[in-house]
Design a protein around this ligand. Structure first.
Ligand SMILES: CC(C)(COP(=O)(O)OP(=O)(O)OC[C@H]1O[C@@H](n2cnc3c(N)ncnc32)[C@H](O)[C@@H]1OP(=O)(O)O)[C@@H](O)C(=O)NCCC(=O)NCCS
Length: 405
């Protein structure tokens, strides 16, 4: 017997469910003023709550957007942006029931992929989500770090006022486009919190934009942490890069050159950068680009395995048949032939067997089949197929999300 029901959140229940999420994540309750300003970015649509009578005890929220997959196709995505269970009701199946409802809803609405960022990496594998992109944290000490003389130079960097940034950055993000697998669209409800960090009472973010021959083509958002203390009055500030977005190598170099030119700074720190961002190669001294962490970024769930596998491209290699087991969405369980020309269901014998969460790790190209087989996540039935799967699924640019939600 369960003592709760899972159902869509009604319009009148939006604020109570947001407060519930805030409590489960140990943030403060939202003030009346903030709710008046940002409540619209927590719409009732695509939210499922667990209710004990009329009282919410759990929330699983998502919004509809899109994601780029290898080869450049863009697919509908359910972006899971808020999950929490009231602390006195955890470990009794509330999350499990909400996830089941949410996944069934994605499947019923024809959304082939779902994704999230995990507060704890042990939570979501059981629901078929796999760690699909990694992000690195880099530290560039100042004034030591400077660009190599051969790094391209071009265009101009200008700083925006917060009000200009609120107007210009959403359009610029859209124009830059989803140029790496794993990047996602940012719908209207994503932006208010980012805007609050620019123009809100505690807004501390600063924005600079690069313009090249074709107009604005990149931007960086950062804030500063003052490190001066009584004992070290000369310690400079640290720049914390919140995001740096561009598809253009000249703009990329110019934005880093700008960051490394700011005075009274003891270092630049940037989290969740693409693992293959060539910062070490861009610096005069390789060792001034210090990777201090590599962590899981986007977690991906193939809701419709056939559609998702067919939508991405593959590199040339011998075909491989995957046996996929999906305990949560059993319609996905089956065999899929992956070839250089595409992927489809098949009755042929399987070369490699894997669960839905491992397929989420393989899909964008972040993890090789070899690594996943070594880790015991892929069962190898035909040893020759591992190298073929490596070749088929690999991508030249590492996948990267670049959007926190
Ligand atoms: C994480 C959280 C949502 C889990 O909700 P829940 O209702 O307790 O989960 P369930 O009872 O459905 O548990 C499902 C399974 O996950 C396990 N589990 C639950 N929370 C876990 C955690 N934090 N770490 C590891 N495993 C966890 C349970 O033991 C259970 O395992 P089982 O299927 O082998 O029995 C809840 O603990 C919570 O709200 N935590 C604080 C907020 C948070 O972390 N939100 C996630 C943001 S990404």
């Amino acid at each position: 017997m369960t003592d709760f029901d899972v159902r869509p959140v009604a319009e009148a229940e939006r604020r109570a469910t947001m407060d519930l999420l805030g409590r489960s994540l140990h943030t403060n309750r939202i003030s009346d003023e903030s709710w008046a300003q940002y409540g619209d970015s927590w719409p009732a649509a695509h939210k499922f709550g667990a209710f004990d009578g009329d009282t919410p005890i759990g929330i699983a929220s998502s919004y509809d957007t899109e994601i780029a997959v290898p080869g450049g196709a863009v697919l509908p995505l359910g972006a899971v942006d808020g999950v929490g269970v009231r602390a006195d009701r955890t470990r009794r199946g509330v999350l499990t029931a909400m996830m089941a409802t949410q996944l069934a809803d994605f499947a019923a609405r024809g959304i082939p992929l779902a994704a999230l960022h995990a507060s704890e990496p042990t939570i979501y594998g059981r629901f078929g989500y796999g760690s699909a992109t990694l992000g690195k944290t880099v530290w560039l000490p100042r004034p030591a770090a400077r660009l190599h003389e051969r790094v391209p130079v071009g265009g101009d960097v200008r700083m925006l006022t917060p009000e200009e940034a609120v107007k210009e950055i959403p359009g610029l993000y859209h124009r830059i486009g989803l140029h790496r697998a794993g990047m996602i669209g940012r719908p209207a409800e994503w932006w208010p919190i980012a805007h609050d960090r620019l123009t809100g009472p505690a807004g501390s973010h600063v924005v600079a934009v690069h313009s090249g021959p074709g107009g604005d083509d990149g931007y960086v958002v950062y804030d500063t942490v003052d490190r001066r203390t009584l004992d070290s009055p000369d310690e400079g500030a640290v720049l914390k890069v919140r995001e740096l977005q561009t598809a253009d190598p000249v703009a990329h170099a110019a934005l880093w050159r700008f960051l490394l030119s700011i005075d009274l700074v003891s270092g630049v720190r940037s989290r969740y950068r693409p693992v293959d961002e060539p910062l070490a190669a861009m610096l005069a001294d390789h060792r001034d680009a210090r990777t201090t962490d590599v962590e899981d970024d986007l977690w991906l769930r193939l809701v419709d395995v056939a559609t998702a596998l067919a939508a991405r491209t593959y590199r040339a290699a011998d075909p491989v048949v995957l046996a996929v087991t999906d305990g949560r969405l059993p319609a996905n369980t089956g065999h899929y032939e992956v070839t250089a020309d595409g992927a489809r269901r098949t009755d042929a014998a399987a070369d490699l067997a894997l669960d839905a969460d491992t397929l989420g790790m393989l899909y964008l190209g972040q993890w090789s089949a070899t690594a996943l087989a070594q880790a015991g996540r892929i069962e190898v039935r035909n040893p020759g197929a591992v190298a073929s799967a490596d070749e088929l699924f690999t991508t030249i640019a590492a996948p990267w999300c670049g959007t926190y939600f």
